[in-house]
Write a protein that binds this ligand. Sequence first.
Ligand code: ATP
Ligand code: MG
Length: 354
Amino acid sequence: MKIAVLPGDGIGPEVVREALKVLEVVEKKTGKTFEKVFGHIGGDAIDKFGEPLPEETKKICLEADAIFLGSVGGPKWDDLPPEKRPEIGGLLALRKMLNLYANIRPIKVYRSLVHVSPLKEKVIGSGVDLVTVRELSYGVYYGQPRGLDEEKGFDTMIYDRKTVERIARTAFEIAKNRRKKVTSVDKANVLYSSMLWRKVVNEVAREYPDVELTHMYVDNAAMQLILKPSQFDVILTTNMFGDILSDESAALPGSLGLLPSASFGDKNLYEPAGGSAPDIAGKNIANPIAQILSLAMMLEHSFGMVEEARKIERAVELVIEEGYRTRDIAEDPEKAVSTSQMGDLICKKLEEIW
Ligand code: ATP
Ligand code: MG
């Protein structure tokens, strides 16, 4: 079990450190050990090697079973030419190298953190607990032909059967271990690519008789996420619709510091949904929960350690319920705990409940 660990820039190193503490608890409790190979990416790699994704880092990633990333980028490197910047030359290049086809973002609004959410208690209802599954490799962002001249600009929205089958299976597999509901979001009343999407999703659904499938048009889905987000379990959607809906969903909990993500490809990549947060980097105030929950996703999806993942999620939830808050989710910033304190609290709780 080999993990490529890429702390990166900004708050990356601070929050990755806390997640690795949690992994140590898991190792101690299960007797399993992970080989962690550290690599440089982004601005960190530019400073050390003069390039954002050095060969050494590529090699580490390709030899690992999973990649655990902090975050990449920051104002220090903004003046470099685009392809040499941490984001494009580092993170986007890495994502491309891994042939990622699915982006998974679980979104949870904890009952005790309703005060941070932009939505009212009444709307949050019994809590929000959903996952967006976004197709990442096809659709209008990649379809050919595309072009631009003085008179017109155009893109092509294409989906083929194979691609839809693969992403649909990803969503149904995730739903199987959750509340067993998939909402497939498309625009099949207007778009041919969505008509195929809907047809193939229906076919895949037959392999999963225990999972309930509904279809929703994207305009309605955007509205329903604000009106009644608790109705969703797994949202399955295309690249562009997923881009928009996953960011809309990410706004519901009120802090990026709570949100993990996973991307599936030749190798799976696990990273927080937020970025390098340069405004708070280096101050030991960032919320490590997004990174810690990304670790839980890695254990579940790359190493089959489902129970261990649930335990980490439970420990996080209990620490929040007990009232501990980093600054981003605190009602009173004076009483906020630091990044490292939050990490320690979660480790302690995890040991207690194991
Ligand atoms: P990037 O270009 O790397 O995405 P950014 O400037 O867009 O950087 P983000 O990381 O996307 O910044 O963060 C957006 C906002 O959310 C910032 O105010 C940041 O401080 C906050 N934020 C993001 N992650 C966390 C975290 N883990 N803990 C606390 N606040 C966070
Ligand atoms: Mg950002």
